[in-house]
Design a protein around this ligand. Structure first.
Ligand SMILES: *[C@@H]1O[C@H](CO)[C@@H](O)[C@H](O)[C@H]1NC(C)=O
Ligand SMILES: *[C@@H]1O[C@H](CO)[C@@H](O)[C@H](O)[C@H]1NC(C)=O
Ligand SMILES: *[C@@H]1O[C@H](CO)[C@@H](O)[C@H](O)[C@H]1NC(C)=O
Ligand SMILES: [Cu+2]
Length: 198
């Protein structure tokens, strides 16, 4: 029972430590920055869109500019403001850090022009980001998913506190943050208690 208490405390602490990694979409030309991301399970990859009209969709390594069935899809996020990212952003949560997640922008010829990226590429072998970029350059078409925008992730609006510097309205995201803070407090208390038991 003590042991399970510690495990529960660690699990809560682990959740709290998840990182939110920002990826600039089209911030400097036809790029994802960074294009190669290392993330752990539970980390969130937060795509923030810059002018003029980009998207992000999940692909397979074998087919760089085609949607992966069941993969994530942000939809197009047009914006004209060069001073800040669009109010709408897209967040993907890493569920398996051992599985590489390849992605691309479905706009025009952006994928063929190298607007692609990967989360957790294989540590060994030839499935590298460079190889993916090369394969993308040879793709005949750049295909957008037919699934609903936001599929496989979360589209966040201006009120969420993400993608905008000027929002303040409390939202479910705010509630989630409060919950996380409570979790920190809880894990501290539970952790201390478990420690005292030994
Ligand atoms: C953004 O690009 C998509 C796909 O090319 C297009 O359907 C949509 O109309 C564009 N939106 C704007 C505001 O340009
Ligand atoms: C995670 O991904 C790896 C590599 O694709 C796969 O072998 C493994 O089964 C996956 N684990 C889960 C829990 O889906
Ligand atoms: C990548 O490696 C596999 C074997 O692991 C091989 O079959 C394939 O031809 C290689 N591809 C390239 C482009 O080198
Ligand atoms: Cu693009």
């Amino acid at each position: 029972m003590r042991f399970s208490t510690i495990i529960a405390a660690s699990a809560v602490a682990g959740t709290t430590l998840a990182k939110d990694i920002t990826v600039g979409v089209g911030k400097n030309g036809l790029t994802f920055e960074p294009a190669e991301i290392t993330a752990e399970e539970g980390d969130t990859i937060h795509f923030k869109f810059w002018p003029k009209n980009h998207s992000v969709a999940q692909a397979s390594f074998a087919k760089p500019c085609e949607p992966l069935e069941g993969g994530f899809w942000s939809g197009f996020v047009p914006t004209s403001d060069t001073q800040k990212a669009a109010d709408t952003s897209f967040m993907y949560t890493v569920t398996n850090a051992s599985a590489p997640v390849w992605f691309y922008c479905t706009q025009g010829q952006h994928c063929q022009n190298g607007m692609v990226g990967v989360i957790n590429p294989p540590a060994r072998g030839n499935r590298t980001l460079d190889a993916f970029i090369e394969a993308a350059a040879d793709a005949e078409q750049n295909i957008s998913p037919t699934s609903t925008a936001g599929e496989g992730g979360e589209l966040m609006g201006a009120d969420s506190g993400y993608g905008s510097s000027s929002s303040a309205t409390p939202t479910p995201t705010g509630a989630a943050s409060a919950l996380q803070i409570n979790s920190v407090a809880l894990s501290g208390v539970v952790g201390m208690f478990a420690y005292l038991l030994f």
